[in-house]
Design a protein around this ligand. Structure first.
Ligand code: FRU
Length: 506
Protein backbone atom coordinates (compact mmCIF):
# COMPACT_ATOMS: atom_id res chain seq x y z
CA UNK A 1 0.00 0.00 0.00
CA UNK A 2 2.74 2.46 1.04
CA UNK A 3 4.52 1.59 -2.18
CA UNK A 4 1.42 2.36 -4.26
CA UNK A 5 1.00 5.76 -2.54
CA UNK A 6 4.65 6.57 -3.21
CA UNK A 7 4.30 5.54 -6.82
CA UNK A 8 1.21 7.74 -7.32
CA UNK A 9 2.92 10.70 -5.60
CA UNK A 10 5.98 10.20 -7.80
CA UNK A 11 3.87 10.07 -10.97
CA UNK A 12 1.98 13.28 -10.05
CA UNK A 13 5.31 15.04 -9.40
CA UNK A 14 6.79 13.77 -12.66
CA UNK A 15 3.77 14.98 -14.68
CA UNK A 16 3.95 18.41 -12.98
CA UNK A 17 7.66 18.73 -13.63
CA UNK A 18 7.28 17.80 -17.28
CA UNK A 19 4.46 20.36 -17.64
CA UNK A 20 6.61 23.05 -16.05
CA UNK A 21 9.42 22.15 -18.41
CA UNK A 22 7.10 22.43 -21.38
CA UNK A 23 5.83 25.81 -20.23
CA UNK A 24 9.30 27.23 -19.82
CA UNK A 25 10.23 25.89 -23.26
CA UNK A 26 7.26 27.66 -24.83
CA UNK A 27 8.04 30.87 -22.98
CA UNK A 28 11.60 30.68 -24.18
CA UNK A 29 10.50 30.73 -27.82
CA UNK A 30 7.70 33.28 -27.56
CA UNK A 31 9.60 36.58 -27.57
CA UNK A 32 8.89 39.24 -30.22
CA UNK A 33 10.42 38.27 -33.62
CA UNK A 34 11.20 34.73 -32.44
CA UNK A 35 11.04 32.39 -35.45
CA UNK A 36 8.36 29.76 -34.95
CA UNK A 37 9.29 27.29 -37.71
CA UNK A 38 13.04 27.88 -37.87
CA UNK A 39 15.88 26.88 -35.60
CA UNK A 40 17.26 29.59 -33.32
CA UNK A 41 19.35 29.18 -30.15
CA UNK A 42 17.47 29.51 -26.84
CA UNK A 43 19.56 32.56 -26.04
CA UNK A 44 22.59 34.57 -27.12
CA UNK A 45 24.57 34.82 -30.31
CA UNK A 46 24.57 32.33 -33.19
CA UNK A 47 26.06 32.46 -36.69
CA UNK A 48 27.10 29.70 -39.14
CA UNK A 49 25.78 26.15 -39.02
CA UNK A 50 28.71 23.79 -38.33
CA UNK A 51 29.50 20.08 -38.22
CA UNK A 52 26.19 19.05 -39.73
CA UNK A 53 26.18 15.27 -39.81
CA UNK A 54 23.45 12.63 -40.02
CA UNK A 55 24.12 9.68 -37.75
CA UNK A 56 21.91 6.91 -36.37
CA UNK A 57 18.70 8.63 -37.46
CA UNK A 58 19.69 11.98 -35.93
CA UNK A 59 20.66 15.15 -37.79
CA UNK A 60 23.24 16.97 -35.70
CA UNK A 61 23.61 20.71 -35.97
CA UNK A 62 26.52 22.47 -34.30
CA UNK A 63 26.72 26.19 -34.74
CA UNK A 64 28.94 29.21 -34.18
CA UNK A 65 27.88 30.27 -30.72
CA UNK A 66 28.84 32.89 -28.17
CA UNK A 67 27.12 31.94 -24.91
CA UNK A 68 27.97 35.15 -23.03
CA UNK A 69 26.34 37.76 -25.24
CA UNK A 70 23.92 38.53 -28.04
CA UNK A 71 26.76 39.86 -30.20
CA UNK A 72 29.62 37.92 -31.83
CA UNK A 73 32.48 36.95 -29.51
CA UNK A 74 34.83 34.04 -28.72
CA UNK A 75 33.33 31.24 -30.74
CA UNK A 76 32.11 27.91 -29.36
CA UNK A 77 30.16 25.17 -31.11
CA UNK A 78 26.59 25.15 -29.82
CA UNK A 79 24.63 21.96 -30.42
CA UNK A 80 21.10 20.95 -31.41
CA UNK A 81 19.60 17.85 -33.01
CA UNK A 82 16.56 16.96 -35.04
CA UNK A 83 15.22 13.65 -36.25
CA UNK A 84 12.82 15.17 -38.78
CA UNK A 85 14.64 18.35 -39.90
CA UNK A 86 11.78 20.38 -38.43
CA UNK A 87 11.60 19.92 -34.64
CA UNK A 88 14.76 20.70 -32.68
CA UNK A 89 16.23 19.71 -29.37
CA UNK A 90 18.87 21.88 -27.72
CA UNK A 91 21.98 20.33 -26.15
CA UNK A 92 24.93 21.56 -24.09
CA UNK A 93 27.83 23.32 -25.84
CA UNK A 94 29.92 20.81 -27.81
CA UNK A 95 33.27 22.62 -28.22
CA UNK A 96 34.83 25.42 -26.14
CA UNK A 97 37.67 27.76 -27.13
CA UNK A 98 41.11 26.73 -25.84
CA UNK A 99 44.76 27.78 -25.94
CA UNK A 100 44.83 27.33 -29.73
CA UNK A 101 41.97 29.75 -30.16
CA UNK A 102 38.27 30.17 -30.81
CA UNK A 103 36.38 27.33 -32.50
CA UNK A 104 35.47 28.65 -35.93
CA UNK A 105 33.37 26.94 -38.59
CA UNK A 106 33.91 23.42 -39.84
CA UNK A 107 32.31 20.08 -40.51
CA UNK A 108 31.88 16.61 -39.03
CA UNK A 109 32.07 13.14 -40.54
CA UNK A 110 31.21 9.60 -39.51
CA UNK A 111 34.53 7.74 -39.59
CA UNK A 112 32.87 4.40 -40.37
CA UNK A 113 36.16 2.54 -41.00
CA UNK A 114 37.97 4.13 -38.07
CA UNK A 115 40.63 5.58 -40.37
CA UNK A 116 41.47 8.06 -37.60
CA UNK A 117 42.02 5.33 -35.01
CA UNK A 118 39.87 7.30 -32.55
CA UNK A 119 37.30 4.47 -32.44
CA UNK A 120 37.56 2.28 -29.33
CA UNK A 121 35.75 -0.93 -28.37
CA UNK A 122 33.93 -1.07 -31.67
CA UNK A 123 32.50 2.44 -31.27
CA UNK A 124 32.37 4.40 -34.51
CA UNK A 125 34.01 7.80 -34.05
CA UNK A 126 32.44 11.00 -35.29
CA UNK A 127 35.22 13.41 -36.19
CA UNK A 128 34.81 17.19 -36.27
CA UNK A 129 37.20 19.21 -38.42
CA UNK A 130 37.21 22.91 -37.60
CA UNK A 131 39.28 26.08 -37.66
CA UNK A 132 41.15 27.19 -34.57
CA UNK A 133 41.25 31.00 -34.71
CA UNK A 134 43.91 32.39 -32.42
CA UNK A 135 42.64 35.90 -31.75
CA UNK A 136 45.65 36.66 -29.52
CA UNK A 137 48.04 36.22 -32.45
CA UNK A 138 45.97 38.45 -34.71
CA UNK A 139 48.05 41.60 -34.24
CA UNK A 140 51.59 40.23 -34.41
CA UNK A 141 51.09 37.52 -36.96
CA UNK A 142 47.83 37.76 -38.91
CA UNK A 143 48.83 35.11 -41.42
CA UNK A 144 49.18 32.31 -38.89
CA UNK A 145 46.02 32.95 -36.89
CA UNK A 146 43.90 30.24 -38.50
CA UNK A 147 44.80 26.54 -38.42
CA UNK A 148 42.70 23.40 -38.84
CA UNK A 149 42.09 21.07 -35.92
CA UNK A 150 40.03 17.98 -35.14
CA UNK A 151 38.02 16.50 -32.26
CA UNK A 152 36.25 13.16 -31.90
CA UNK A 153 33.13 11.83 -30.25
CA UNK A 154 32.55 8.26 -29.15
CA UNK A 155 29.00 8.86 -27.91
CA UNK A 156 27.39 9.69 -31.24
CA UNK A 157 28.07 13.42 -31.21
CA UNK A 158 27.06 14.51 -27.70
CA UNK A 159 30.49 14.98 -26.13
CA UNK A 160 33.79 15.67 -27.85
CA UNK A 161 37.50 15.27 -27.14
CA UNK A 162 39.97 17.47 -28.96
CA UNK A 163 42.91 15.66 -30.58
CA UNK A 164 46.18 16.09 -28.70
CA UNK A 165 48.09 16.58 -31.97
CA UNK A 166 46.16 19.72 -32.98
CA UNK A 167 46.42 21.60 -35.25
CA UNK A 168 46.42 18.97 -37.99
CA UNK A 169 46.78 21.46 -40.84
CA UNK A 170 48.98 24.47 -40.21
CA UNK A 171 48.53 27.79 -41.91
CA UNK A 172 50.93 28.21 -44.86
CA UNK A 173 50.80 32.02 -44.48
CA UNK A 174 47.29 32.93 -45.63
CA UNK A 175 45.30 35.43 -43.60
CA UNK A 176 41.84 33.90 -44.06
CA UNK A 177 42.36 30.15 -44.02
CA UNK A 178 39.28 28.44 -42.67
CA UNK A 179 35.99 26.56 -42.60
CA UNK A 180 37.06 23.00 -43.60
CA UNK A 181 34.31 20.82 -45.10
CA UNK A 182 35.38 17.18 -45.30
CA UNK A 183 33.93 14.17 -47.12
CA UNK A 184 35.05 10.64 -47.96
CA UNK A 185 36.03 10.33 -51.64
CA UNK A 186 35.28 6.68 -52.36
CA UNK A 187 36.95 6.82 -55.81
CA UNK A 188 40.34 7.51 -54.23
CA UNK A 189 39.65 5.99 -50.78
CA UNK A 190 40.67 9.20 -49.03
CA UNK A 191 39.20 12.14 -47.21
CA UNK A 192 38.92 15.42 -49.11
CA UNK A 193 38.94 18.76 -47.34
CA UNK A 194 37.52 21.80 -49.13
CA UNK A 195 39.00 24.86 -47.46
CA UNK A 196 38.42 28.58 -47.99
CA UNK A 197 41.72 30.40 -48.38
CA UNK A 198 41.15 34.12 -48.79
CA UNK A 199 40.15 34.44 -52.47
CA UNK A 200 40.20 30.80 -53.52
CA UNK A 201 39.52 27.22 -52.46
CA UNK A 202 42.32 24.81 -51.58
CA UNK A 203 41.63 21.08 -51.67
CA UNK A 204 43.55 18.78 -49.34
CA UNK A 205 43.40 15.00 -48.92
CA UNK A 206 44.07 12.66 -46.03
CA UNK A 207 44.04 8.94 -45.28
CA UNK A 208 43.24 9.40 -41.58
CA UNK A 209 41.93 12.97 -40.98
CA UNK A 210 45.21 13.74 -39.17
CA UNK A 211 47.72 14.26 -41.99
CA UNK A 212 46.74 16.45 -44.91
CA UNK A 213 48.31 16.88 -48.35
CA UNK A 214 47.54 19.74 -50.70
CA UNK A 215 45.85 18.57 -53.91
CA UNK A 216 44.94 21.71 -55.84
CA UNK A 217 43.59 25.25 -55.84
CA UNK A 218 40.47 26.63 -57.45
CA UNK A 219 38.77 29.91 -58.01
CA UNK A 220 41.09 32.90 -58.26
CA UNK A 221 39.79 33.53 -61.77
CA UNK A 222 36.22 32.32 -61.24
CA UNK A 223 33.07 33.61 -59.65
CA UNK A 224 32.43 36.61 -57.42
CA UNK A 225 35.35 38.23 -55.61
CA UNK A 226 33.78 41.18 -53.85
CA UNK A 227 34.80 39.77 -50.48
CA UNK A 228 36.51 36.94 -48.60
CA UNK A 229 35.68 33.36 -49.58
CA UNK A 230 34.31 31.42 -46.60
CA UNK A 231 32.41 28.24 -45.70
CA UNK A 232 32.76 26.10 -48.84
CA UNK A 233 31.20 22.72 -49.61
CA UNK A 234 31.84 20.22 -52.42
CA UNK A 235 29.48 17.33 -53.19
CA UNK A 236 28.13 15.32 -56.13
CA UNK A 237 24.52 15.57 -57.32
CA UNK A 238 22.88 13.27 -59.81
CA UNK A 239 21.24 14.66 -62.93
CA UNK A 240 19.51 12.04 -65.08
CA UNK A 241 22.22 9.47 -64.41
CA UNK A 242 25.10 11.95 -64.71
CA UNK A 243 27.22 12.91 -61.73
CA UNK A 244 27.73 16.66 -61.48
CA UNK A 245 29.85 18.18 -58.72
CA UNK A 246 28.62 21.28 -56.97
CA UNK A 247 31.02 23.61 -55.19
CA UNK A 248 29.40 26.08 -52.83
CA UNK A 249 31.48 29.10 -51.84
CA UNK A 250 30.09 31.63 -49.41
CA UNK A 251 31.42 35.13 -49.79
CA UNK A 252 31.35 38.20 -47.58
CA UNK A 253 30.82 40.92 -48.65
CA UNK A 254 30.02 40.89 -52.37
CA UNK A 255 26.63 39.16 -52.45
CA UNK A 256 24.13 39.98 -55.22
CA UNK A 257 22.06 42.15 -52.88
CA UNK A 258 24.98 43.37 -50.77
CA UNK A 259 26.93 41.78 -47.93
CA UNK A 260 26.99 38.03 -47.36
CA UNK A 261 25.77 35.37 -49.81
CA UNK A 262 26.37 31.86 -51.16
CA UNK A 263 27.65 31.43 -54.71
CA UNK A 264 28.06 28.05 -56.36
CA UNK A 265 29.90 26.39 -59.24
CA UNK A 266 29.09 23.21 -61.14
CA UNK A 267 31.76 21.02 -62.66
CA UNK A 268 33.75 17.81 -62.22
CA UNK A 269 35.99 16.65 -59.40
CA UNK A 270 38.45 13.79 -59.87
CA UNK A 271 39.79 13.49 -56.34
CA UNK A 272 42.43 16.12 -56.99
CA UNK A 273 41.10 18.98 -59.08
CA UNK A 274 37.77 20.74 -59.48
CA UNK A 275 37.14 21.65 -63.13
CA UNK A 276 34.26 24.11 -63.54
CA UNK A 277 31.74 24.01 -66.37
CA UNK A 278 30.78 27.63 -65.97
CA UNK A 279 32.35 31.04 -66.17
CA UNK A 280 29.34 33.04 -64.95
CA UNK A 281 28.54 33.82 -61.30
CA UNK A 282 25.55 32.06 -59.71
CA UNK A 283 23.94 32.20 -56.32
CA UNK A 284 22.28 29.48 -54.29
CA UNK A 285 20.09 32.20 -52.76
CA UNK A 286 19.86 35.74 -54.14
CA UNK A 287 18.27 37.23 -51.01
CA UNK A 288 20.21 39.10 -48.34
CA UNK A 289 19.75 36.54 -45.56
CA UNK A 290 21.12 33.12 -46.37
CA UNK A 291 24.78 32.86 -45.46
CA UNK A 292 27.38 30.22 -44.58
CA UNK A 293 25.07 27.51 -45.92
CA UNK A 294 26.50 24.04 -46.47
CA UNK A 295 25.03 20.52 -46.61
CA UNK A 296 24.63 17.73 -44.08
CA UNK A 297 27.26 14.98 -44.20
CA UNK A 298 26.37 11.30 -44.46
CA UNK A 299 22.96 11.65 -46.11
CA UNK A 300 23.80 9.56 -49.19
CA UNK A 301 22.54 10.96 -52.50
CA UNK A 302 20.19 13.37 -50.71
CA UNK A 303 21.82 16.75 -50.15
CA UNK A 304 20.23 19.05 -47.59
CA UNK A 305 21.39 22.66 -47.55
CA UNK A 306 21.09 24.78 -44.41
CA UNK A 307 22.21 28.36 -43.87
CA UNK A 308 22.43 31.14 -41.33
CA UNK A 309 19.48 33.49 -41.88
CA UNK A 310 21.34 36.77 -41.55
CA UNK A 311 23.98 38.97 -43.10
CA UNK A 312 27.23 40.30 -41.64
CA UNK A 313 26.08 43.79 -42.68
CA UNK A 314 23.72 43.91 -39.71
CA UNK A 315 23.69 40.55 -37.90
CA UNK A 316 25.07 42.08 -34.68
CA UNK A 317 22.41 44.80 -34.45
CA UNK A 318 19.12 43.18 -35.47
CA UNK A 319 16.42 44.14 -32.94
CA UNK A 320 16.01 40.88 -31.04
CA UNK A 321 16.56 40.94 -27.32
CA UNK A 322 17.44 37.58 -25.83
CA UNK A 323 19.07 35.85 -28.78
CA UNK A 324 20.43 36.80 -32.19
CA UNK A 325 19.88 34.96 -35.47
CA UNK A 326 18.10 31.91 -36.78
CA UNK A 327 18.81 29.33 -39.48
CA UNK A 328 17.03 29.06 -42.81
CA UNK A 329 14.67 26.17 -43.48
CA UNK A 330 16.56 23.02 -44.45
CA UNK A 331 16.38 22.71 -48.25
CA UNK A 332 16.71 19.78 -50.61
CA UNK A 333 19.15 20.43 -53.44
CA UNK A 334 18.67 19.16 -57.00
CA UNK A 335 19.93 20.16 -60.44
CA UNK A 336 18.06 21.34 -63.48
CA UNK A 337 19.56 21.67 -66.95
CA UNK A 338 18.67 24.76 -68.95
CA UNK A 339 20.40 24.85 -72.33
CA UNK A 340 23.85 23.52 -71.49
CA UNK A 341 23.86 24.96 -67.95
CA UNK A 342 23.33 22.87 -64.85
CA UNK A 343 21.54 25.03 -62.33
CA UNK A 344 21.11 24.41 -58.64
CA UNK A 345 17.56 24.27 -57.29
CA UNK A 346 16.52 24.28 -53.65
CA UNK A 347 13.16 23.68 -52.06
CA UNK A 348 12.04 23.31 -48.44
CA UNK A 349 12.47 19.70 -47.31
CA UNK A 350 9.33 17.59 -47.69
CA UNK A 351 9.34 17.06 -43.92
CA UNK A 352 7.77 20.53 -43.58
CA UNK A 353 4.47 18.71 -44.22
CA UNK A 354 4.70 17.59 -40.59
CA UNK A 355 3.66 21.03 -39.42
CA UNK A 356 1.22 21.76 -42.24
CA UNK A 357 -2.37 22.46 -41.26
CA UNK A 358 -5.38 22.12 -43.51
CA UNK A 359 -4.69 23.99 -46.75
CA UNK A 360 -7.10 26.45 -48.31
CA UNK A 361 -7.04 26.04 -52.09
CA UNK A 362 -8.30 28.90 -54.25
CA UNK A 363 -8.68 28.35 -57.99
CA UNK A 364 -8.93 30.62 -61.03
CA UNK A 365 -8.30 33.98 -59.40
CA UNK A 366 -7.93 37.17 -61.39
CA UNK A 367 -8.66 40.85 -61.13
CA UNK A 368 -6.50 43.78 -60.17
CA UNK A 369 -7.08 43.67 -56.45
CA UNK A 370 -7.34 40.34 -54.86
CA UNK A 371 -8.17 40.54 -51.23
CA UNK A 372 -7.04 37.14 -50.02
CA UNK A 373 -8.02 37.88 -46.43
CA UNK A 374 -11.65 37.82 -47.49
CA UNK A 375 -11.19 34.35 -48.91
CA UNK A 376 -8.74 32.86 -46.42
CA UNK A 377 -9.60 34.76 -43.26
CA UNK A 378 -7.21 36.60 -40.96
CA UNK A 379 -3.68 35.16 -41.16
CA UNK A 380 -2.45 33.56 -37.98
CA UNK A 381 1.22 32.65 -37.59
CA UNK A 382 3.61 31.02 -40.07
CA UNK A 383 2.28 29.88 -43.41
CA UNK A 384 3.17 28.58 -46.84
CA UNK A 385 1.69 30.16 -49.96
CA UNK A 386 2.02 28.28 -53.25
CA UNK A 387 0.95 30.00 -56.45
CA UNK A 388 0.60 28.48 -59.92
CA UNK A 389 -0.30 30.23 -63.14
CA UNK A 390 -0.22 29.24 -66.82
CA UNK A 391 1.31 32.58 -67.71
CA UNK A 392 3.85 34.75 -65.99
CA UNK A 393 2.92 38.37 -65.39
CA UNK A 394 3.90 41.18 -63.06
CA UNK A 395 2.25 40.77 -59.67
CA UNK A 396 2.73 41.40 -55.98
CA UNK A 397 1.62 39.68 -52.81
CA UNK A 398 1.43 42.05 -49.86
CA UNK A 399 1.31 40.82 -46.29
CA UNK A 400 0.35 43.52 -43.83
CA UNK A 401 -0.69 44.15 -40.24
CA UNK A 402 -3.08 46.58 -38.58
CA UNK A 403 -0.25 49.03 -37.98
CA UNK A 404 0.28 49.36 -41.73
CA UNK A 405 3.58 47.50 -41.72
CA UNK A 406 3.98 45.30 -44.76
CA UNK A 407 6.23 43.11 -46.82
CA UNK A 408 5.74 42.93 -50.57
CA UNK A 409 6.77 39.84 -52.51
CA UNK A 410 6.41 39.46 -56.26
CA UNK A 411 7.57 39.25 -59.83
CA UNK A 412 8.42 42.09 -62.21
CA UNK A 413 8.01 41.08 -65.84
CA UNK A 414 9.87 44.13 -67.23
CA UNK A 415 12.96 43.23 -65.20
CA UNK A 416 12.29 39.48 -65.34
CA UNK A 417 13.05 39.32 -61.66
CA UNK A 418 11.48 38.28 -58.41
CA UNK A 419 11.56 40.73 -55.54
CA UNK A 420 11.04 41.10 -51.82
CA UNK A 421 10.47 44.64 -50.58
CA UNK A 422 10.97 45.05 -46.83
CA UNK A 423 11.14 48.86 -46.86
CA UNK A 424 7.89 49.15 -44.88
CA UNK A 425 8.29 45.96 -42.86
CA UNK A 426 8.49 47.42 -39.36
CA UNK A 427 11.80 48.35 -37.79
CA UNK A 428 14.30 49.12 -40.55
CA UNK A 429 16.27 51.86 -38.83
CA UNK A 430 18.70 49.78 -36.73
CA UNK A 431 21.14 49.84 -39.62
CA UNK A 432 21.56 51.76 -42.87
CA UNK A 433 20.16 50.19 -45.99
CA UNK A 434 18.08 47.48 -44.36
CA UNK A 435 14.71 48.74 -45.55
CA UNK A 436 15.06 48.17 -49.27
CA UNK A 437 13.71 46.09 -52.13
CA UNK A 438 15.86 43.11 -53.13
CA UNK A 439 15.69 41.29 -56.43
CA UNK A 440 16.59 37.90 -57.90
CA UNK A 441 16.80 37.16 -61.62
CA UNK A 442 14.27 34.69 -62.99
CA UNK A 443 16.38 31.90 -64.50
CA UNK A 444 13.59 29.72 -65.85
CA UNK A 445 12.29 30.09 -69.44
CA UNK A 446 9.05 28.33 -68.58
CA UNK A 447 5.93 30.28 -69.55
CA UNK A 448 4.23 29.09 -66.40
CA UNK A 449 4.72 30.44 -62.91
CA UNK A 450 5.26 28.19 -59.91
CA UNK A 451 6.01 30.00 -56.68
CA UNK A 452 6.49 28.67 -53.19
CA UNK A 453 6.68 31.16 -50.30
CA UNK A 454 7.27 30.34 -46.65
CA UNK A 455 6.53 33.03 -44.09
CA UNK A 456 7.59 32.98 -40.45
CA UNK A 457 7.30 35.67 -37.76
CA UNK A 458 10.49 37.37 -38.93
CA UNK A 459 11.35 35.95 -42.35
CA UNK A 460 10.17 35.16 -45.83
CA UNK A 461 11.71 32.53 -48.09
CA UNK A 462 10.75 32.63 -51.75
CA UNK A 463 11.34 29.67 -54.09
CA UNK A 464 10.61 30.58 -57.71
CA UNK A 465 10.24 27.98 -60.49
CA UNK A 466 10.74 24.92 -58.29
CA UNK A 467 13.68 26.45 -56.53
CA UNK A 468 15.66 27.88 -59.47
CA UNK A 469 15.46 31.46 -58.13
CA UNK A 470 15.57 31.63 -54.36
CA UNK A 471 15.44 34.59 -51.98
CA UNK A 472 15.55 34.77 -48.19
CA UNK A 473 14.78 37.96 -46.31
CA UNK A 474 14.35 38.73 -42.62
CA UNK A 475 12.24 41.55 -41.15
CA UNK A 476 11.08 42.89 -37.79
CA UNK A 477 7.42 43.92 -37.59
CA UNK A 478 5.78 45.11 -34.38
CA UNK A 479 2.81 42.75 -34.69
CA UNK A 480 2.18 39.71 -36.88
CA UNK A 481 0.80 40.07 -40.40
CA UNK A 482 -2.96 39.54 -40.57
CA UNK A 483 -3.86 40.45 -44.15
CA UNK A 484 -2.86 39.23 -47.58
CA UNK A 485 -3.52 40.99 -50.83
CA UNK A 486 -2.52 40.21 -54.42
CA UNK A 487 -2.22 42.95 -56.98
CA UNK A 488 -1.84 42.33 -60.68
CA UNK A 489 -3.34 43.76 -63.82
CA UNK A 490 -2.85 40.59 -65.83
CA UNK A 491 -2.00 37.58 -63.74
CA UNK A 492 -4.52 34.77 -63.86
CA UNK A 493 -3.85 32.48 -60.95
CA UNK A 494 -4.68 28.88 -61.66
CA UNK A 495 -4.34 27.90 -58.04
CA UNK A 496 -3.25 29.46 -54.80
CA UNK A 497 -2.73 27.21 -51.83
CA UNK A 498 -2.50 28.74 -48.39
CA UNK A 499 -1.27 26.33 -45.73
CA UNK A 500 -0.98 27.39 -42.10
CA UNK A 501 2.16 25.98 -40.42
CA UNK A 502 2.19 25.22 -36.72
CA UNK A 503 4.97 26.34 -34.41
CA UNK A 504 7.77 23.82 -33.89
CA UNK A 505 8.35 25.03 -30.34
CA UNK A 506 4.90 24.35 -28.90
C1 FRU B 1 31.31 33.04 -41.70
C2 FRU B 1 32.47 33.10 -40.72
C3 FRU B 1 33.43 31.96 -40.97
C4 FRU B 1 34.11 31.82 -39.65
C5 FRU B 1 32.99 32.14 -38.66
C6 FRU B 1 33.40 32.87 -37.43
O1 FRU B 1 30.17 33.67 -41.25
O2 FRU B 1 33.12 34.35 -40.83
O3 FRU B 1 34.31 32.18 -42.04
O4 FRU B 1 34.63 30.55 -39.44
O5 FRU B 1 32.05 32.92 -39.38
O6 FRU B 1 32.35 32.96 -36.52
Amino acid sequence: MVRVVFLIAFLILAIRCSKEKQTSHEDAYAEPHRPQIHFSPPENWMNDPNGMVFHKGVYHLYYQYYPDSTVWGPMHWGHATTSDLIHWQNHPIALYPDSLGYIFSGSAVVDENNTSGFGKEGKIPLVAIFTHHNAKAEKESPTTVENQSIAFSLDDGYTWTKYSGNPVLKNPGIRDFRDPKVFWFEGGKKWIMTLAASDQIIFYSSPDLKTWTKESEFGKEFGAHGGVWECPDLFPLQYKGETIWVLIVNINPGGPNGGSAAQYFTGQFDGKTFTPYQTDTRWADYGPDDYAGVTWSNTGARKIFFGWMSNWQYANVVPTVKWRSASTLPRDLTLEKIGDRYLLCSLPVGEIEKIAGTPVVLENLSGNDLDLTKKIGILIGPARVQIASDTIETFSLTLSNKGGEKIVIGYDKGQNSYFIDRSKAGNVTFTNGFGVRHTAPRLSYDQRLVLDIVIDDASVELFGDNGLSVMTSIFFVSEPFTDAQIESAELKIKSLTYTPLSSIWK
